[in-house]
Design a protein around this ligand. Structure first.
Ligand code: PSV
Ligand code: MN
Length: 424
């Protein structure tokens, strides 16, 4: 999709500058006793999954303003994911959402292979009604008071597993919008019991090498109470279901000021952290680009992950879940992949021995300075070097714009309608 020669021509413009920056950083890190090559290797090994739904322009419940060359189907979306990976070398997998992306699994695999992509967790969708379904989810899906509606929602999740299995996915993420808009509308206890019972039916259909992730979110679309509203409920669910059940943390799904890195630490302690939906937010589930509002929080989350990286059995799915309303989604996703990778590399720079010493001595000032010292280190040259060594772009946005990809696909893809709203 992106000509190698375009990347090479763009890289040639930046190579000399990168070499100088890299040598400077190598020398600086050397003085701290840190090997830059080990960090480059970490950056090269890093990957985060792109959400298929993030490649189209998102919207709010008020409106959607699509750009030109919007992907019209999952194959266009996978082409866009291929571009993101080719330019960043940081997005080797894609997370699909069913039924949005539902199609012949052989065709999905063939298209992914074309771009050297694999599939991470698949997502079910019982927060919307589909045209042909018998029972509406207006008043709930997995927790609905009506048995037939719950069975239909369970069945959809089982179909997601079946389809996911055919494309090499190893996990199902379940997020439901079920809840209530009025006090008294539902019996909170019985509603949760129905949720657990439905989840158990789905769990029973998991292949042995699969996991199920429960994703919590504090509110929206239900505005009074949500069934899986926080990590407590998510953890209860994962513990009740069994070993293959874990919790997924979407960074945008918490009350303002909640200490997300502490939730991460607790879930690791419980052996129940399964994965992430990375994004950023200022007010609620804003689905903004990763690292654009609070990069320090992203770093602190990664600090917990790097700290625990040798924990036996900790094998996380790192995925993005964002909505790009005013940017070219490919550009936003490339920058997001790099910002997530940046936070990871900065977290790898934390002097953990020194930190443990300051913690033992109750030296709060030096302990926090140790974290900030890592966070403040400009690791750009490490990320760019990792990309250039892998044949990707030193400046992904510059190379992408030079390629003219969006204009080219605009000629081939149908004009997308902005009618109606649409949170993705
Ligand atoms: C819900 O807000 C969510 O975070 C879930 O992960 C959904 O699958 C996704 O957004 C797309 O609507
Ligand atoms: Mn999410």
């Amino acid at each position: 999709m992106i000509d190698k020669s375009t990347i090479e021509a763009d890289n040639a413009k930046h190579q000399d500058g990168l070499d100088i920056d890299f040598a400077n950083l190598a020398e600086k890190l050397d003085r701290r006793g840190v090997s830059i090559d080990a960090l480059v290797k970490r950056a090269q090994d890093f990957g985060v999954a792109v959400p298929s739904w993030g490649t189209g322009t998102g919207g709010t419940r008020f409106a959607r303003f699509p750009g030109g060359g919007e992907p019209a189907n999952i194959f266009d979306k996978l082409d866009d994911c291929g571009v993101i990976h080719a330019l960043t070398d940081a997005a080797p997998s894609v997370s699909l959402h069913f039924p949005w992306d539902q199609t012949d699994p052989a065709d999905l695999r063939a298209k992914a292979d074309e771009h050297g992509l694999t599939f991470d967790a698949v997502n079910s969708n019982t927060f919307q009604d589909q045209a042909d379904q018998a029972h509406s989810y207006k008043f709930g899906s997995l927790t609905h008071t009506d048995q037939a509606t719950r069975a239909q929602a369970v069945e959809h999740n089982l179909e997601c597993i079946e389809l996911g299995d055919k494309i090499g996915s190893k996990a199902l993420t379940v997020w439901i919008g079920d809840g209530a808009n009025f006090p008294g509308q539902t019996h909170m206890g019985r509603q949760f019991e129905r949720y657990l019972s439905s989840m158990k039916d789905i769990y029973a259909g998991l292949p042995n090498d699969w996991q199920i992730f429960s994703e919590h979110k504090i509110y929206e679309p239900a505005f009074y109470s949500t069934v899986v509203q926080d990590w407590g409920t998510s953890l209860l669910t994962a513990q009740e279901l069994g070993e293959k059940a874990k919790c997924l943390v979407d960074l945008g799904h918490h009350a303002p000021n909640v200490n997300i890195e502490m939730i991460v630490s607790r879930l690791i302690h419980a052996g129940k952290l399964g994965g992430f939906h990375f994004n950023d937010s200022k007010y609620g589930d804003d689905d903004l680009d990763s690292g654009t509002i609070d990069p320090y929080r992203l770093f602190l989350v990664w600090n917990e992950l790097v700290d625990a990286e040798d924990t036996p059995g900790l094998d996380l799915s790192h995925m993005i879940d964002q909505s790009h309303n005013v940017t070219d989604p490919i550009e936003s996703l490339m920058v997001s992949c790099i910002e997530i990778q940046r936070a990871y590399i900065q977290a790898a720079l934390v002097d953990r021995e020194a930190l443990a010493g300051y913690q033992a001595d109750n030296d709060a000032l030096m302990a926090s300075a140790t974290l900030r010292n890592a966070f403040r280190t400009d690791v750009d040259a490490i990320l760019a070097k990792a990309r250039s060594l892998s044949g990707s772009a030193i400046d992904p946005i510059g190379a992408y714009r030079a390629s003219g990809y969006r204009a080219k696909v605009s000629d081939a893809r149908p004009v997308s309608s902005g009618a109606g709203g649409g949170i993705v």
